[in-house]
Design a protein around this ligand. Structure first.
Ligand code: SAH
Length: 356
């Protein structure tokens, strides 16, 4: 083992930072100071930590590091959405998307984070799934996407009033429930009221149907929102679109969702991308209603964002409306997802980076 390896402080919670301080022969409150510098100030340089004695800053710099991912590229959409290409310590790259919730650029933002480099599930319509799966992200790399984006935003907007990331959705690259422990750890850190202060209900985990992970999530006492990428309401079609359906067919998936709802008392959201001529017929609407009406869930329709090289098309607006109307008439709670950032390929399912 490399004895010179520095300890990574990003990804440590308050208790771990206090223990780290004690191990360095310091009082516990030094750990609390580090916590504030990292998670409130987005600071990654010990030399900027003005309430820590100079000598200790030097010592810290010799043994520890705070690896907020580097923003290699940033694209800004006409609607204010920003897509960041972030680089990790081992040079692996992921994309992170920051979406304004209103036209006021100093208002609130939703951050769409990646949980893996690439994705092992090869959903037929998704850009990420066309690439190679490389590895899980560590908690520090997930939280780091938030700190890195927030720091970048503060710099760019140059506004004395800090912009606020008020929601985080695990809808970037990867399947969060396949990286369970690190995703949960990242959520716990984001949730700490002494740091990032993100309410659990403002955090959404989206899964393409990793039923085992849904059951595990039900066992935690987290109050996060669960979204299921359903996209088809019969097994034949879902096998084709979302291959994990072969492992966990709809019956198994819905049983897991049911357990989740019973255990947590929380509503879930079903996401349904709309593919022209594939999954938006009257019969598809009826199947969908039959399948999810008992759950009192919300359905979020996502008109497909076209991906180069894939054979699927976005339906025309009148077809989107027609499918929406059928679902509403049949008694579902439906919303159509507002599209953000498609002009910079930052919309749902458009995230892809070349493997390094
Ligand atoms: N693996 C998780 C997290 C990714 S979330 C999941 O599947 O839920 C990304 C969301 O965008 C999912 O609902 C996904 O199915 C959807 N999506 C993927 N490709 C898309 C595309 N080209 N257009 C619109 N939505 C897409």
């Amino acid at each position: 083992m490399n004895s010179m390896k520095k300890t990574e402080l990003l990804g440590m919670n308050m208790l771990e930072l206090e223990e780290f301080a004690v191990k360095m022969g310091q009082p516990r409150f030094r750990g609390r100071q580090l916590h504030r510098w990292i998670y409130v100030k987005d600071c990654c340089s010990f030399y900027e930590m003005s309430d820590i004695p100079r000598e200790l800053r030097q010592q810290l710099d010799a043994v520890a590091r705070i690896s907020i991912p580097r923003v290699l590229k940033q694209r800004v959409s006409a609607d204010g959405t920003r897509k960041f290409l972030m680089e990790m310590n081992d040079k692996k790259r992921v994309e992170t998307v920051l979406i304004p919730q209103s036209s006021n650029l100093n208002g609130h933002y939703t951050l769409c984070v990646s949980s893996q480099v690439g994705c092992p599930f090869r959903c037929a319509f998704c850009a990420t799934g066309q690439g190679v799966f490389q590895r899980n992200l560590a908690a520090c790399e997930i939280v780091g996407q938030l700190l890195g984006s927030r720091r970048e935003l503060k710099r760019r907007l140059k506004n004395p009033q800090d912009p606020l990331i008020s929601n985080v959705v695990f809808m970037g690259m990867g399947e969060p429930l396949l990286n369970f422990a690190q995703v949960i750890k990242a959520i716990q850190i984001m949730n700490d009221p002494r740091g990032i202060k993100l309410g659990q209900r403002h955090i959404t985990i989206s899964t393409c149907g990793e039923a085992n992970g849904i059951l595990r999530l039900a066992e935690t006492d987290l109050q996060v929102t669960l979204a299921i990428s359903l996209h088809a309401a019969d097994d034949r079609l879902r096998d084709e679109l979302v291959p994990i359906n072969k492992k966990y067919p709809l019956k198994t998936l819905m049983a897991a969702v049911n357990t989740y709802i019973e255990k947590t008392g929380r509503r879930v959201t079903f996401e349904y991308i709309m593919l022209d001529g594939v999954n938006i017929s009257r019969k598809d609407a009826e199947n969908l209603v039959k399948l999810i009406k008992p759950f009192l869930a919300n359905v979020n329709l996502i008109p497909y964002n076209e991906v180069d090289g894939l054979p699927y098309n976005r339906p025309a607006p009148n077809q989107v409306k027609q499918f929406y109307d059928w679902l509403v008439a049949l008694g579902l709670n439906v919303t159509i997802r507002e599209e953000h950032g498609s002009d910079i390929k930052a919309a749902c399912g458009q995230l892809a980076v070349k493997p390094v």
